[in-house]
Write a new protein. Structure first.
Length: 163
């Protein structure tokens, strides 16, 4: 079983789509561990605030199959195929880590935004504080403590998981 870390984000009906994504992830992956939910300003475009979180899970799927599953979940919840990168979205699922694999294909791992997006690094440091980034060779907690927090506005929120 591989240990994976997934970034989830939404700024279109975000509470609805985060909940829906977690239901789907729970159906396809094992032993989910959830970070807190964080609200952040849109990065790269003017838009409404996002809700973000990171989820750890276990899987026997290959990297390619995990990414394909994420794309299907996104599409099942209204994500438009081929939509521009910096735009509002119902759901964004990104594979951050697959064990300690470092690769360029089928996708780049570890995902680069771990090191430069607060909405990825903070929740990752929350659920895997002692885990080391496979390239930077620093723990996620240490990376978060060193992060220049004035770069992006981000704050944890109370999140009601009930329907």
């Amino acid at each position: 079983m591989a240990k994976i870390y997934i970034s989830l984000g939404s700024n279109i009906e975000p509470a609805r789509y985060l909940k829906a994504a977690l239901i789907d992830l729970d159906c396809h992956f094992d032993k989910l561990v959830l970070s807190s939910v964080y609200e952040s300003e849109a990065v790269g475009f003017d838009g409404t605030n996002f809700l973000n979180m990171v989820v750890a899970a276990e899987t026997e799927l290959s990297i390619e199959d995990v990414v394909a599953r994420f794309k299907q979940i996104e599409q099942d919840h209204g994500r438009v195929v081929g939509a521009k990168k910096f735009a509002a979205r119902t759901l964004d699922l990104d594979l951050l880590l697959y064990d300690d694999v470092v690769c360029e294909a089928p996708i780049v791992l570890p995902r680069a935004e771990i090191l430069y997006n607060a909405f990825v690094l903070w929740p990752l440091a929350e659920i895997a504080p002692e885990l080391s980034h496979p390239v930077a060779q620093e723990s996620y907690l240490h990376l978060w403590k060193q992060y220049e927090k004035s770069q992006q506005k981000l704050w944890p929120i109370e999140f009601n998981w009930s329907a």
